[in-house]
Design a protein around this ligand. Sequence first.
Ligand SMILES: Cc1ncc(COP(=O)(O)O)c(C=O)c1O
Length: 393
Amino acid sequence: MERFDSTFFDAPQDRRGTGSIKYGTPPAGAPADVIPLWVADMDFPSPPPVAQALRRAADQRIFGYTAVDNGYWETLRAWYSRRMGWAPEADWLLPIPGVLAGVSAAVRALTAPGEAVLLCQPVYYPFARIITGCGRTLRVSPLHLEGVRYVFDFDDIEKQLSREDCKVFLLCSPHNPVARVWTREELEKLAELCLRHGVTLLSDEIHADLVHAPHRHVPLSSLSPEAAARSVTAMAPTKTFNMAGLPCAHLIVPDPDLRRRISAMCWASGQGGWGVASLAAARAAYGQGEAWLEGLLAYLRDNRELLYRSFPAGAPIACLPVEGTYLAWLDCRGLGLDDEALHDLFLKKAGVWLDDGTMFGAGGEGFMRLNFACQRATLAEAVRRIRTAAGMA
Ligand SMILES: Cc1ncc(COP(=O)(O)O)c(C=O)c1O
């Protein structure tokens, strides 16, 4: 049996010329040998059963419309039950091509044009684009950095939820980019406030499987029957198993009325389900990918340790604790640079392509997001370049 130890994840992969966005054309001014550590996919092969399942699917030679069957949902339910202590019912699940497609459909189904969606920034930037692009009002509550830990500002959240036109709270759990895994207490408080003000919780939990012990992911919908009835959860195998190029995700909507409205919106926008390849890959991933995932998490934790050692608290660049995800939020405020100079330092001087903190909205100034799901040798070289460019070497 294949072992998913560091030898597996250390193996170099050449992704150039594969159509990968990550390895596409870098921003102006990047050196030819720039190291891409930006968009959230990993430089590791997916679990081997995924490629085997895709080969078998290719052998069918006919690639017609495909239904997500009950056997698949049972596999998925067993996964959530084993790993999160949560067993969503099969009829709560809506297959969608991607999490963002589901977020967009839910926003449009649950709000009227002009009504407001509240979220906490800094946060995954496409959320704001979806809300404003759909003609809804974007409301922002700032996350607060207390020491090295981001927390919700519940007073501000409550104030904003109490406004008449606020209909949806869009949560990122675990949180991209600040890498928090929200605790049960935090989620309970948030759910209580949303329930009190009649606001529906839309919870993007795409990073749910990428959580580092002792932290544990708590699905929002698992908190209580009341929270479940007022929540919509988006999940997917794509981040977990590194298959974002195979469109597949699910919305989990326990309440029949919310589910009907969102399903109708998916139809209204002509949004289809999954294709042959996505289903084959997702089934193999959840059915046979668990040992690979455990190996991945161990490897990611060692990469995280390298970042902690290289960018310790109090240094001009400090890596904040990464409780979940493979995205490190680097506090670069100690360098005293403005955001343009910070961008240039990383991209042009160090030759490392990260996402600028400002992309993630308010509170992102002075931060950079680094994707550390790459071979350790690559990460070590990126770290060396950044430390040298920042005068930390
Ligand atoms: C929080 C979050 N949601 C959604 C997505 C994208 O999901 P999808 O590709 O399924 O639309 C990402 C990708 O980085 C993400 O980090």
